[in-house]
Ligand binder design. Sequence first.
Ligand code: ATP
Length: 558
Amino acid sequence: HEHALRGRDAHLLLYFKASADPCNAVLRSWEGHDPCSGSWIGVTCYRSRVVGLRLDHASLTGSVTPLFGLTRLRVLSLRRNNLTGSLPHLTTLNNPRLRRLSLSHNKLRGTLNVSLPSLVSLRVEHNQFSGGVEGLRLPNVSDFNVSSNQLSGQVTDLLSKFPASAFEGNQGLCGSPLPGCGEVSRLSDDTTAVSPSPASLQSATDSSSPRSSTKVGFTALLAIGISDLLVIAIGLVVIVGMYLWLRKKLITSLNGAAASIRELEPDQLQREEKEKDRSLICFEGGEDLRLDCLLKSSAEVLGKGLSGSTYRAVLEDGIIVAVKRLSAVQFPSHCKAFDRQMHLIGRVRHPRVVSLRAYCNAHEEKLLVYDFMPNGSLLSLLHLSCAGEGSGRTLDWISRKQILMGAAEGIAFIHAFPARSPLVHANIKPSNILIDEQGNACIAEWGIMRFASNFHQAMPHYPSGCLSDGAMFAAGTTTRLGYRAPELVNGKEQPTQESDVYSFGMVLLEVVTDKEIDDAESEGEVMGMVKIGMMCTAECPEERPKANQVVRMLSDFL
Ligand SMILES: Nc1ncnc2c1ncn2[C@@H]1O[C@H](COP(=O)(O)OP(=O)(O)OP(=O)(O)O)[C@@H](O)[C@H]1O
């Protein structure tokens, strides 16, 4: 029976692929009958069943309906694609385990009917959904957004706990937290009352003589004036009374609260403070992460560097993340600037930059949770013998060029990201250039090293003997500085975007001067790339090209 169900998962995914990626451009790796082989891009499995599908920004088209046949699915994230059609009625019968559903920025239409107690996140903003929201029965959802659709009708009581921003951009929706539906219709009634049609005005004037109308008008005006005064006086009395009553109540409750705070034991306060500290701060795509789940997950050490150790953690729902545990020696303090930097890093989203999904900045523990990159690092591909790691694969020339291009794009994106002061990676080296499911390079662990207490010791350099002599020669480096820009060696300067370009230049020279390349046709290209590397590693920082210029130069070779 289990075997048949696994076959059904594969069948449903391939059925989805047929309409989502008809040119086989993105889902090329979806081949064969086993989606859990590890090679199907975006698919996460647990005990040989598909539990997660994440394919954001993948230019997918067609309908999502086949995916709701995956009965073990927990996470479905297909943001920013071109998906069309409607959603089926989602109930516990067909999707009992679905926890996160992210379909924002697509072209989905039809009505929304989702009643799933398992769901904790529903994001369908920027689509074309229509009809009411009464079909949404989501008792446990904490992350919710249906904004910028064509929904109408009253927001139900269950959903009114979410902020107005979760509903805005739907012309026809009303009721808390949006303006009340009654208010809208009363307003329109009033408008009709004060602006009668010219025809009715005309008939009103015609029906009575000018004399009688003046008499009646005067008496009526007097009566209205007196009654208005009375109403205003009564209103004032009521308002003053309510003000005095509320003031009294507020003072009593404030006194009560102050007393109960005083009553708290000091260590209880400390405990609460610690609890707050120990929680994870989550960013887009990591909203579901919890510190206790992370600590309970099965973890395996990926490696250890100067800044700390990195673990591969498999969470309860089968999702795999990389957790960097920062060294307490290098990152001893609990500073606000670190929090600000993490919030900035958590906002950066680019296919060539590894996403930070959450972090924890407790006094005794600093954890950073990243997307897990399943294909190792450039270091493992290049220096199998030096690093004592790697899968034993050798890199062909085309892959080398693509990896360099991907890394340069990631760095250029970070450098151009709008921030108060220019953003800097400060730790560019092959172990921080990771390879994603499709073999593309992604820049990892940026922006952390400037918080290291022994920053200059931690700067990227390389174990003596590993950086090839060809690369050292091309860069004109006689001392073994490795990836560290010469201006940083005295330990007084802070890293800059120019020093990042230097480090990238060293990586580039290392990749293109490697003895392993035996493709004679590429000789001319090697020379061209070496020239780029030499420009990047110019002694004088001002003479080095900007990262976006490096991207442009590299693109000539692709
Ligand atoms: N998100 C990730 N996905 C997969 N592997 C990762 C991820 N982040 C880091 N790694 C791998 O984990 C190993 C250890 O990384 P870590 O960053 O802790 O050390 P390092 O890069 O060698 O040194 P440093 O502390 O200076 O950054 C490296 O092989 C790295 O490529």
